[in-house]
Ligand binder design. Structure first.
Ligand code: HEM
Length: 792
């Protein structure tokens, strides 16, 4: 489930206005703070005393049999109370004033085996942001055994879910700690989006799980003389009690007979303002029962908690009365139950959900012909603008105007997950790749099935780990050679410069030696082929095909000549060692050139352009290098993804986010649109590299960022591209201050790559005398303390 922020209706809400006034008046009284006060400190001290007391009793060795088991269960239950009673408040910023203190207290989650950042992402950014909004609220996420909202497919077993749901709840903590989190981590790492630093992340997560299993189960087994069955029973029943309590507290308040499941419209807007949405989707129970409130950490007063999440639980009973009173006066739909009433209503709701018919797929909203025909020039120059317009106006899956083959654009991570992961076998590459094959033949980009899988197995190691890291000196040499031609106060077209640079670097990787003399010609031929294909993609008629074929053959002849004596460790050598035939070798080599040079060059050109416009970011990237420099490149590829859109073809009927996609339809996915969508990004148009640094990085919804593609067809050249960009930028920033050149700013044009429509002019101001990089006697760049030469 993705942490997607919905937009609530902004219509005037007299209820919430009055409520806020009354709540402010409540806190205006002297000595009242929204954060924890004496009552909360007393509760915290009581819980700590109970934890210590029970641990002492358990480890004293004097408890045996049923008494021991009961004490062990109680010990775990008090841990649970501490988590929902104290840590939960802290993660909402409701415990201490200091964010740091709240963060530390929030780590109680980690101590008990629940990853706190995972919890925050799910609970705050998903559940609190969109309670009971199907596909957005992680708390009603359904799986094969349970159906918690009507927008998910119904199965026969769901008709019985009201009978077994409490058993499911009782296993929820064990399941969450020891299964769900590792699986979701593995999913992130091995599937949809591989993140930098994943090995360290995996090691940290496994260490945490082992540590928790160690202190909660293995330690008592080793230290205590009680039979293992007593310890294991106490451990398991303790977890079951906690899971049951968790399910009752959280689920009864949202899944009851008076609740609603609210869907956003095609633009992602919810129909009601925030407070009305909360009242329609949430209930409270045992509102005047202080014992239930103490045990539930105030979460039985769930409406009030959702309306005022950063208020300490000790104030919730008083605020709940205000919420109720104000609702009564305004006729607002406030719902509350007794504990027993909440349980009964929950069971009835589960039964109702279990027997609801499955939602059928709907027809996707359409972008009208007039939207395209009003400005036909857009079709040629800014296809991404049309895709952006379709997505903003009509939602995340939109049918585009087309003759013949139905065409759609899909921009939501849930739809992408379906296409590239869950049902990837149903999605082949779109017909543009067949056109591309006329140029690059049967390379990795254009083939499918067995041939692709076996070629990728053989070739991808050449672009990973040491095989790429070993290239960093060559990259540095090439970048230095380029920078040596840059001089003070000159204006350079970085787009041009970076194109030549990346052609040279890829040439070195492919042939294992410097191919500078051939670069000019290769670049020229590549451009002719590319322009021809771009025209072919936009127009049905094949003008200039003879010239194209001649150019293509010339290009292949040069590549064939260069591949005759490949250098050690080169891709050409790997191809010939693995018995690839002559034609197949040339196909792959031309394919790598085509896939890598323009993408890397445009990424570098846009990054430099953005840095000239944001001098403080430029300074920080120069000083810090390392993670910040990488974040800068990633942020630049968010705003200007070098591959702005690419397509797939449905082999059989499919459904994307409830919309029917017929067999044969083409679906365009558009990083350019998803990367700038306000549902997934705060201030999406701003250049803000910090969003790619931890901890903010964790809040990026999975699948909302994919400049290098998705799923098993993920770009093989990512590491190489990132290394090229990092090394080049680090050296350029050391040598020059990059200032905007004369003339208007370039705009992106979506051809195959997202090219700038005019030269990216940059004025150079030399930094001689203030260089930070130490040079060794051979004049080579040494690793700076910030480590800017580190490849991810
Ligand atoms: C910033 C630079 C780059 C970007 C943004 C980029 C982007 C992408 C994207 C979006 C795809 C997926 C296309 C699809 O699924 O249809 C892809 C695939 C591919 N890229 Fe890159 N790329 C870059 C650099 C490179 C480099 C340097 C190379 C190699 C020299 C390379 C080689 C490939 C290959 C061979 C594929 C096809 C992979 C497969 O289907 O198995 N790319 N790239």
């Amino acid at each position: 489930m993705d942490a997607v922020r919905p937009r609530y209706a902004t219509t005037h809400d007299p209820y919430f206005e009055e409520l806020t006034k009354r709540v402010n008046a409540y806190f205006a009284l002297p000595g009242r703070s929204r954060r924890a006060g004496p009552a909360m400190w007393r509760k915290s001290a009581t819980l700590v005393a109970l934890l210590v007391g029970l641990a002492t009793a358990i480890y004293s060795g004097r408890l045996h049999g049923a008494t021991f088991v009961v004490a062990f269960i109680a010990w775990q239950f008090v841990q649970f109370l501490t988590t929902i009673g104290i840590a939960h408040d802290a993660t909402h910023g409701a415990y201490a004033r200091s964010r740091k203190v709240n963060r530390w207290i929030g780590r109680i989650f980690d101590a008990l085996g629940i990853d706190s950042s995972h919890w925050i992402a799910n609970h705050l950014h998903s559940h609190h942001a969109a309670p009971n909004v199907p596909l957005r609220d992680s708390a009603i996420e359904s799986f094969s055994l349970v159906r918690l909202h009507p927008k998910t497919k119904g199965r026969h077993i769901h008709r019985l879910q009201h009978w077994y749901m409490f058993a499911v709840y009782s296993l929820v903590t064990v399941f969450q700690v020891y299964f769900l989190e590792p699986v979701s981590f593995a999913h992130r790492v091995f599937g949809f989006r591989r993140e930098p630093g994943w090995i360290a992340g995996l090691a940290r997560m496994l260490a945490k799980k082992l540590a928790v299993l160690g202190w909660s189960l293995v330690l008592p087994l080793v230290v205590l003389s009680n039979p293992w069955s007593e310890i294991a029973t106490g451990w398991l029943l303790g977890h079951m009690l906690c899971g049951l309590a968790l399910g009752i507290i959280f689920q009864t308040t949202h899944l009851h007979e008076g609740t609603s499941f609210i869907e956003p419209d095609a633009d992602g807007r919810l129909p009601s303002p925030f407070a009305m949405h909360v009242l329609a989707t949430t209930a409270e129970f045992s509102v005047e029962n202080p014992i239930v409130t103490w045990i539930a950490g105030g979460l039985n007063l769930h409406v009030t908690h959702h309306l005022f999440p950063s208020v300490s639980q000790t104030h919730l009973p008083a605020l709940s009365r205000i919420v109720r009173q104000t609702a009564r006066e305004h006729g607002a739909p406030y719902v509350h139950y007794s504990l027993w009433g909440a349980l009964r209503s929950h069971v009835r709701m589960l039964r109702k959900l279990g027997s609801m018919p499955s939602p059928g797929p709907r027809e996707a909203p359409r972008l009208s012909w007039s939207a395209v025909l009003m400005k036909p020039s857009r079709f040629l120059h800014a296809r991404t603008e049309i895709l952006m317009q379709a997505s903003r106006r009509h939602g995340h899956v939109v049918r585009l105007p087309s003759l013949g083959t139905p065409m759609f654009v899909a921009t939501h991570p849930v739809a992408l997950q379906r296409m590239f992961k869950d049902n990837a076998d149903n999605w082949a590459k779109s017909e543009e790749y067949a056109l591309l094959a006329e140029w690059i033949g049967r390379g990795l980009i254009t083939t499918e099935g067995e041939l692709w899988a076996s070629d990728r197995r053989i070739l991808s190691p050449a672009f990973h780990g040491d095989m790429v890291r070993g290239l960093s000196e060559r990259i540095e040499e090439s970048a230095r050679a380029m920078l040596a031609t840059w001089t003070q106060d000159r204006e350079v077209d970085v787009s041009d410069e970076m194109t030549r640079l990346s052609l040279g670097i890829i040439g070195r990787k492919l042939f294992g030696r410097d191919i500078s003399p051939s670069l000019g010609e290769i670049g020229r031929l590549m451009t002719v082929c590319q322009e021809h294909l771009t025209r072919r993609m936009l127009m049905p008629v094949d003008f200039g095909s003879r010239r194209f074929r001649r150019t293509r053959d010339e290009l292949r002849a040069i590549v064939a000549r260069l591949a005759v004596h490949p250098g050690p460790g080169s891709v050409a050598e790997l191809l010939s060692e693995n018995g690839f035939g002559h034609e197949a070798q040339i196909d792959h080599l031309v394919g790598f050139f085509a896939a890598g040079y323009e993408t890397t060059a445009t990424s570098l050109a846009w990054t430099v352009f953005l840095l000239t416009k944001h001098s403080s970011v430029q300074e920080r990237a120069r000083h810090e290098g390392g993670a910040f420099l990488r974040a800068t490149i990633e942020e630049s590829m968010r705003l200007y993804p070098p591959v702005p859109c690419f397509g797939r073809r449905a082999l059989a009927d499919d459904v994307l986010m409830g919309f029917r996609i017929p067999a044969g339809a083409k679906v365009i996915v558009a990083p350019h649109v998803t990367h700038r969508h306000p549902d997934f990004w705060e201030t999406p148009e701003a250049f803000d590299p910090e969003r790619f640094l931890l901890p903010r990085r964790n809040a990026i919804p999975r699948g909302a960022y994919f400049p290098f593609g998705l799923g098993h067809r993920f770009c093989v050249g990512r590491q190489m591209a990132m290394l090229t960009s990092e090394v080049t930028l680090a050296l350029a920033l050391e040598a020059f201050e990059l200032q905007p050149g004369n003339g208007p700013d370039p705009s992106p044009v979506a051809l195959i790559a997202l090219r700038p429509d005019r030269p990216v002019a940059v004025r150079l101001r030399s930094r001689d005398g203030e260089r930070r990089v130490a040079r060794d006697p051979a004049g080579k760049c040494q690793r700076s303390p910030a480590g800017f030469l580190v490849a991810s």
